[in-house]
Each structure stands twice: as C-alpha cells, then as structure tokens.
Design a protein. Structure first.
Length: 322
C-alpha cells in the first residue's frame, strides 16, 4: 500500500514537472529542419506578425485559408534565409554597424529625407527604426554574398534608368513643408463650458488683430501658453503630410503669412500662422539618377539571388514538419 502511495505521488510530481515542458514544446516546436539548423514555431509566428502586422492566431481566426497560405510562404522565406545565412557564415561575411549607418545616410541623401522623415515613413509602414536596421544589415550581407558568388558584373544601362524615371516620375516629388508659429490658450478647467466660450471669444479677438497686422511674435509672447511661446510662438518646420488631418487641411488652405481662425483643441484653443511654405516639386532625372541606379541594381541582385538560392536549396537537406 505504501509503495502504491509512493508511486502515485511520483506520477503526480512527474506530471506537474512535465506539463510546462510539454506546453513549451507545443508553443515552440520545430516546424522545419534546414541542414544542421532548425526553424521553430515561435520564430515562424514572430516573422508572420512582423510581415503582416497581425498575430498568427488572429490571422487564423479571421481567415484560415489565408493563414495557411501566408504561413507556407513565410516558412519558405525562412528556409531560404537559413540556407543563405549558413553560406554567409561559411564565407565569414560580416557587416558592421558603420556600414549600416553609411547605407542609411546615403538613402536619406538620395531621397532628400531627414531622419524624422525616415522614422515617420517607417512607422507608417509598421516598422520600428531598429527592425529596419536589422533588415538593412541582412540585405547588405545578402548583397555581399551575391557579389562573392556571382562573378559576372551587374550592368544597369542608361536607357533602363531613363525608362524607370519616366514610369515612376510621380513618386520623385519633394514633400511639401511648412514653417509654423502658434498661439495656444490653455483651458484650466476641462469641464467648464463657460471657460471654453470665453477662451474662444478671446482667441477670435486675437485672430482678428493678427489678421489686421498685429505682430504675431509679440502677441504670442504675451498670450500664448503653449510650446514656443518665448520664441514668438515658433513651432518649427513640418512635412505637411505628417500633420494630423484637421491641421493639415487648415495649413493647406492658408497662404504664406496667413493666420488661421481659432482651432478648438481638447485642452484649449490654438491660432496658427503659416510662416513659410516650401512647395513640393518633381525632382529631375539628374537628381534621381543615383537613387534609381540603386533601385534597379537591388532588383537585379534580388533576381540573381532567387536563382542562386534555388540552386543551393536543391542541394540542401530540408524537411518541413507541421
């Protein structure tokens, strides 16, 4: 009897100990073997979320057919990456942080972007700056691998650059920018409608005086309780497309030097002055030639890479386990 009790106790303890390990295996089991490496479910799900912006479980609940198709395509991509990474390691190809910095600086220079423009554009696409740096590093490694493995030179002809420019001319615009100044009247009691009406009336009076020629800097220094008050209300320069929708429509309607009507904000009233406008324009072929060369070169690298990775994959050991 004592032996049976002892055995029951051991079974209970063993099951409690194995349960979290079994759960971990289910959440992070191997889904593919690539030569001497593996791809886990955790890795696959992470990449699916990164590339689709939706967690794998949520994607499956929304559309199971789409989930299965997406999972298969991303798994194939991960297998190719593992094969390429093994070759990169074998050839001892290394990319420094400085090389990534230089690539990003060149990209910003070619496109006439500021760091803020780049970060804002990445956020719009659902990428963090750090994740984008990782992607650039992988791309540079891949380019170096292609350069090492493919002996023939990649030639981008002038006619191809001209053709690309004509077909994509509309995308080569300089973003419209605007320099703004503002006067902000702060609400002290967010629940008081009476205070809000008084603030609005005060803002109307200020706006009328400003439109009649009163000095904006002096008025901002006297009345504004918002950012830049001590600098005459100066708010700095903004890319118009990055402004929130309501403010964007106001700014676009105002001429250079124009003063807005009072704008109601959740915590007060704002008056905007358009100090200066920089109109967007289409950049010339000469300005864009180097950037277009880079785009076409990368496309050719990608084409050759796909052909080359297929050859490697045909000779590699891969096994998919679902």
């Amino acid at each position: 009897m004592r032996v049976l009790r002892r055995l029951s106790f051991l079974i209970l303890v063993t099951s409690l100990w194995l349960e979290p390990l079994f759960a971990a295996e289910v959440c992070n089991r191997v889904v593919a073997v690539v030569n001497n490496d593996v791809i886990t479910l955790y890795e696959l799900n992470n990449r699916m979320k990164e590339m689709t912006g939706v967690p794998a479980e949520e994607l499956m609940q929304k559309n199971e057919a789409m989930y299965r198709d997406t999972r298969q395509k991303i798994l194939e991509l991960l297998i190719d990456e593992k094969i390429a990474q093994a070759k990169i390691k074998e050839l001892r190809i290394q990319v420094s942080e400085k090389q990534v910095d230089n690539f990003l600086e060149k990209m910003k220079r070619d496109n006439q972007w500021t760091q803020e423009d780049l970060v804002a554009g990445l956020e719009k696409e659902g990428f963090s700056y750090e994740k984008y740096r990782e992607r650039i590093k992988r791309d540079i490694e891949r380019s170096q691998l292609i350069e090492y493995e493919i002996r023939s030179k990649i030639i981008i002809r002038e006619e191809a650059i001209q053709k690309y420019y004509e077909e994509h001319k509309g995308t080569f615009g300089v973003a419209e920018k605007v320099h703004l100044a503002g006067i902000f009247l702060m609400r002290k009691n967010l629940k008081s409608e009476e205070e809000m009406r008084e603030l609005y009336k005060k803002a109307q009076d200020l706006s009328a005086k400003l439109k009649a020629g009163a000095d904006f800097g002096q008025m901002a220094g006297t009345y504004s309780e918002g950012p830049g008050a001590k600098q005459g209300g100066d708010l700095g320069q903004f890319t118009v497309d990055h402004l929130e929708a309501g403010l964007k429509s106001v700014v676009e309607a105002l001429p250079e030097g124009g003063i807005s009507d009072p704008l109601v904000r959740p915590n007060g009233i704002q008056i905007i002055k358009v100090v200066k406008k920089q109109t967007g324009k289409i950049r010339s072929l000469e300005e864009m030639k180097e950037a277009i060369y880079g785009i076409l070169y990368q496309e050719e690298v990608n084409r050759r890479y796909q052909s080359w990775i297929k050859e490697l994959r045909d000779s590699a050991y891969t096994r998919v386990i679902y």
